[in-house]
Design a binder for this molecule. Structure first.
Ligand code: FAD
Length: 348
């Protein structure tokens, strides 16, 4: 197996890069999915990773509503004290959210092929759904939540709605009027799903995967941008900006469809025709900051969402993540490396 990566670091938007002796998370900073039986454990088992370089993190983050309370998002039992004291009328919502999310995770971790392309995979999908219904016994109202936005499930409290919108923006890239309830239940579950801090920054996950690939005889070539993909009979042929040409039976292109369209010259016309421009969506504006330790309060949480009033995005929802105090590989003594981002429209 050969992995071709255009950048000088592995991990893409979930990489960590070096600048003047500091290691900054490029985009993603908050890592979850490390519960026993969770996706990262499944990935580790499949890929042969015995241990990830991580330690549990609580709280997952603190949300600062500038016109409301400060809301820590604990993954443990403390979350119920927070909901009960700050938003008492929201308790039925959280019970629905957690029950629904558990059922969805149970379904997802059965790894169904959701877009079956062959008859037997359709049969397999129907079998998985049947087994899940028998075992998880989902409420028939689950089906309605697949079609209606989550705002219908929220209590009327405007501050609580603002809090949920802000959390959905960072977990699902849209707000409660736009996201159907099932997806929102899973997205809001992030703090309950094994949030961890990664030694050396989020890129530690990609670095672990690189060394695992190499240990099993694979190759990871950094600074190799794929410039063309072609089909030659039953074989794929891939060329990079360094003039390297590789052939193989299988190709996984971990790109957006628009990125793939630019380099896959003999792509079926049905694929090319559908993808002229990306759909409406968010981009990100990111700052990489070096902070003096002296200005960082002791025992402060590592991740903070700061939410101002007005339409979310464009600086009115900011996500700030600090390197852990214990991780001396991230910054020289007395300093912290921080990544701060906000959602912004592509056009900006
Ligand atoms: C600002 C920001 C904050 C985020 N915060 C979080 C967070 O806190 N938690 C979280 O879970 N997720 C977060 N995300 C989302 C997360 O980063 C992405 O979901 C994830 O990185 C997507 O991984 P990917 O491999 O699909 O794509 P990418 O991360 O985009 O990786 C694609 C890779 O392909 C390479 N590539 C592209 N074209 C070529 C080519 N032609 N040849 C060779 N290589 C090529 C790129 O260099 C890149 O390394 C955040 C994203 C952003 C932008």
């Amino acid at each position: 197996m050969t992995v071709l990566e255009a950048h000088v670091y592995p991990g893409g938007c979930a990489a960590t890069f070096r600048y003047q002796g500091h290691w900054f998370d490029a985009g993603a900073t908050l890592t979850a999915g490390f519960l026993p039986g969770g996706p990262m454990q499944l990935l580790g088992r499949a890929a042969g990773v015995s241990t990830w370089p991580v330690r549990p993190l609580e709280p997952a983050m603190v949300v600062h509503l500038l016109d409301g309370p400060m809301v820590p998002r604990w993954g443990d039992e403390r979350r119920w004290d927070v909901y009960g004291s700050l938003f008492p009328q929201s308790l039925p919502f959280w019970h629905w959210q957690e029950r629904t999310a558990s059922q969805l995770w149970d379904f997802a971790l059965r790894l169904p092929e959701l877009h079956p392309r062959r008859l037997w995979s359709l049969r397999e999908l129907l079998g998985t759904v049947g087994q899940w219904i028998l075992q998880a016994r989902p409420s028939p109202r689950l089906l309605a939540d697949l079609f209606r936005p989550v705002v219908y499930r929220l209590p009327a409290d405007a501050t609580f709605r603002r809090f949920i919108d802000a959390q959905l923006l960072i977990a699902a890239q849209a707000t409660s009027h736009e996201i159907y309830a099932l997806y929102a239940a899973a997205a809001l579950d992030l703090p309950n799903r094994g949030v961890v801090e990664v030694a050396g920054g989020v890129g530690g996950i990609a670095r672990t995967l690189v060394s695992t690939i190499e240990r099993y005889g694979g190759t990871v070539l950094l600074r190799h941008e794929v410039t063309s993909i072609r089909r030659r009979g039953k074989t794929w042929e891939v060329t990079t900006n360094r003039g390297l040409t590789l052939t193989g039976d299988e190709l996984v292109a971990a790109l957006t469809p628009w990125g793939l369209r630019q380099i896959w010259y003999d792509a079926p016309s049905s694929f090319r025709a559908r993808l002229t421009t990306p759909p409406k969506g968010w981009g990100a504006f990111v700052l990489y900051l070096i902070l003096e330790d002296a200005i960082v309060p002791t025992d402060i949480a590592l991740h903070h969402q700061v939410v101002a009033s007005g339409p979310l995005g464009e600086g009115r929802s900011i996500f700030l993540s600090l390197s852990p105090e214990w991780d001396s590989t991230r910054a020289p003594v007395g300093r912290r490396a921080a990544t701060m981002s906000t959602h912004t429209q592509y056009a900006q």
